[in-house]
Design a protein around this ligand. Structure first.
Ligand SMILES: C[S@@+](CC[C@H](N)C(=O)[O-])C[C@H]1O[C@@H](n2cnc3c(N)ncnc32)[C@H](O)[C@@H]1O
Length: 228
């Protein structure tokens, strides 16, 4: 990682980082991603390709691992995993997962164990069943990010790793104004333009070991945690 920072600022749920987060519900997400699914790869995938490459390079530095990808969507990341890793992907949206399953079949990605329709807020896996977990552009989308992070930490074994990449909102300046204005459309967009980084920092069981900008005009940040 280019930059390492000490852990700071416990996330205490949706109200923890100053202003309350915009309300998002599962029904908003499912409806939004049913609309997005047919265009997602062409539109969002092109915009995020360099971030995806950087994130998977980080993942591929880990030793052979059983990896949980939370909010795997259409499976854009899947071909970029080193074949030494075995992947389980979960997502709330059946429309997105259908495209991911097609990709796995067409590209013969035999290191993908399963793509499962599941809510990240209630993972049906035993504690410590993964060596690593990854959530790319997901934390600002889920209704309750604190609950999702707690579930991710539960299913990753101590000593394992959690990689998050996301857009986090600016604290001031024109970008902060635009994000604040856009946040009124969160339910329709299916994500929160205003999402402070403190929402994902400071959990006692997740030690921050790396942090750096991850391309797309520095809109995205890559965070690496070690599970304590
Ligand atoms: C912006 S997309 C990112 C997809 C993929 N990670 C990528 O980088 O292309 C966010 C994904 O998170 C999924 N998602 C949102 N809330 C979720 C939840 N509670 N449980 C599981 N998946 C969820 C959405 O259905 C969507 O596929």
């Amino acid at each position: 990682m280019a930059e390492s920072l000490p852990d700071s600022g416990r996330s205490g749920g949706q109200q923890s980082a100053g202003a309350a987060l915009a309300d998002l519900q599962d029904s908003h997400i499912i409806a939004a991603y049913a609309r997005w699914a047919p265009f997602y790869d062409r539109f969002f995938g092109a915009f995020t390709a360099s971030t995806c490459r950087i994130t998977l390079a980080e993942m591929n530095r880990l030793p052979p691992s059983r990896v949980l990808e939370v909010g795997v969507g259409t499976g854009i990341s899947l071909p970029r995993y080193d074949r030494k890793h075995r992947i389980v992907g979960i997502d709330l949206s059946r429309d997105m997962l259908d495209r991911g399953r097609k990709r796995v079949a067409e590209e013969k990605l035999d290191n993908v164990e399963a793509l499962i329709e599941m809510d990240a807020e209630n993972l049906s896996f035993d504690a410590g069943s993964f060596d690593a977990a990854m959530a790319m552009f997901v934390m600002s989308v889920v209704p309750d990010p604190d609950r999702v992070l707690s579930e991710i930490a539960r299913v990753v074994r101590p000593g394992g790793h959690v990689i998050l990449v996301n857009h986090f909102s600016a604290e001031k300046g024109p970008r902060a104004w635009v994000e604040r204005w856009m946040s009124r459309f969160s339910a329709r967009l299916g994500w929160r333009p205003e999402f402070p980084i403190e929402q994902v920092l400071g959990r006692p069981e997740l030690k921050l070991v790396g942090r750096r900008p991850a391309k797309a005009f520095d809109l995205f940040t890559l965070l690496v945690f070690e599970r304590i």
